[in-house]
Design a binder for this molecule. Structure first.
Ligand code: SF4
Ligand code: SF4
Length: 416
């Protein structure tokens, strides 16, 4: 594989060690190789042929949240996450994917039919008392790897069916001020349907016409696990699904999806993909920058603290837009927490692979949330919502965890 485009990241590392303090994993484990400096060095040694793709190498590369905190802190902006992704790709090239990941990426993510079926089975598990039975029987306790605790990570599926199957493919409004296509992402489609409904309600209130074309997973889970082939397959399909629509923007409510969609153009190299990527915007960015947002008339007397998702604040560079959006809601008080832009420990499937470590990182976030005394934790990322929601439930905290768009939608509905 040609990694010459990543050589500059290696060359730019002056080995100053400034990234160590920024790395949440180094913060927990205190091991040099877990910081950016260690990972850059190890990957450079592999490229030079001095290092094998050993189990230890694989473990070090998998113990990265891809949170970009090191890059943001590094005086030279070394993009360690790109090196880690390249290392994971090499590992998959040599050893292949583990069976579970292969099944999920090759058979579920590439087919909405199979993914919908899996979601239905999960709904049956959650709603028929089967989950209660499994939990009561302590059956999961006999499995290793904190399976009992991990099972609680999954929130209740809010709707009985995928969000995309309950909505029309085109939602027209009179005299639209903009036309957009909505890429919902798997988390909103399968777990957080209320976020999807809120997005549609907010867009309707602002006279925006919405297209909801067929769509597949954005590809982030596959890419983060070194499966580039699946990521490219999904990218090609999604670009095709959205082509030909006369739209001003493609919006997402998930910054990880947003980052991935924005990279389709560069990854696929076609004009069609470049046009697609150039239109991608986070919903908060679209509402604050592209239209004159309608101000809700009702008072929502609630204190909110905002958690910055890594891929929003350091990936898409979105920090002020969700806060500005929240401040437009009359009566809402925004109270900043310490370390609002620090990772919550979710990082896709990191919380499944390294549950205890992920919970240690989350504990700091929960302390910061509690200190604010807020009623609601808002975060513009469904994966962070899942992680923080899990922490809130496990620790019996009083906060509700919501996407900012849900709060805005509630404010509009209260004024109707
Ligand atoms: S990655 Fe950046 S901060 Fe870390 S050691 Fe290298 S130059 Fe210093
Ligand atoms: S991306 Fe995050 S977890 Fe990975 S090395 Fe950088 S700071 Fe550490």
């Amino acid at each position: 594989m040609d990694y010459s485009h990543l050589q500059k990241e290696i060359d730019h590392c002056s080995k100053c060690g400034g990234c160590l303090v920024a790395c949440p994993i180094y913060g927990e484990l205190g091991v040099e190789t877990m910081g950016s400096r260690g990972r850059v060095f190890l990957f450079s040694q592999y490229l030079e042929g001095n290092l094998e793709l050993s189990k230890k190498f694989a473990e070090i590369m998998s113990l990265c949240l891809l949170c970009k905190n090191c890059t943001a802190t590094c005086p030279n902006g070394v993009a360690t996450d790109q090196l880690v992704l390249a290392a994971r790709k090499e590992l998959v090239g040599k050893y292949g994917l583990p069976l579970i990941k292969k099944t999920v990426f090759h058979h579920l993510l590439k087919s909405n039919g199979r993914l919908n079926l899996a979601a239905r089975l999960l709904t049956v598990y959650q709603r028929t008392g089967l989950r209660w039975l499994v939990r009561k029987s302590r059956l999961l306790k006999v499995f290793p790897s904190d399976l009992e605790a991990k099972e609680k990570l999954l929130p209740d599926i809010q709707g009985g069916q995928p969000f995309l199957s309950e909505v029309a493919q085109r939602i027209s409004v009179e005299n639209p001020q903009k036309r957009i296509a909505y890429f919902t992402g798997c988390m909103t489609n399968y777990f957080f349907q209320n976020t999807g409904r809120s997005v549609l309600n907010v867009l309707k209130e602002n006279q925006v016409e919405v297209f909801l074309p067929d769509q597949l997973c954005c590809g982030v889970p596959a890419e983060a696990n070194g499966d580039e082939e699946t990521m490219l397959h999904l990218a090609e399909k999604n670009v095709k699904f959205f082509s030909g629509l006369e739209i001003d923007a493609i919006i997402t409510d998930c910054p990880s999806c947003g980052m991935a969609l924005k990279e389709y153009g560069e990854k696929l190299g076609t004009e069609e993909a470049q046009v697609f990527s150039s239109k991608v915007k986070d919903i908060t960015q679209f509402l604050m920058q592209d239209i004159e947002l309608k101000i809700p008339t009702s008072n929502i007397p609630v204190t909110v603290t905002y958690h910055d998702p890594c891929h929003a604040v350091r990936g898409l560079k979105i920090q002020k837009e969700p806060r500005e959006l929240l401040k437009k809601i009359p009566g809402l008080i925004l109270k900043e927490m310490n370390g609002a832009n620090q990772c919550c420990g979710s990082a896709g499937s990191f919380n499944l692979s390294y549950y205890q470590l992920s919970m240690q990182i989350l504990a700091k976030k929960l302390t910061n949330i509690t200190e604010t005394g807020a009623d609601v934790v808002a975060t513009a990322c469904p994966a962070c919502e899942m992680q923080i929601g899990h922490g809130v439930r496990q620790n019996h905290l009083p906060q509700k965890v919501m996407h900012p768009i849900e709060l805005l939608s509630e404010a509009y509905l209260a004024g109707d």
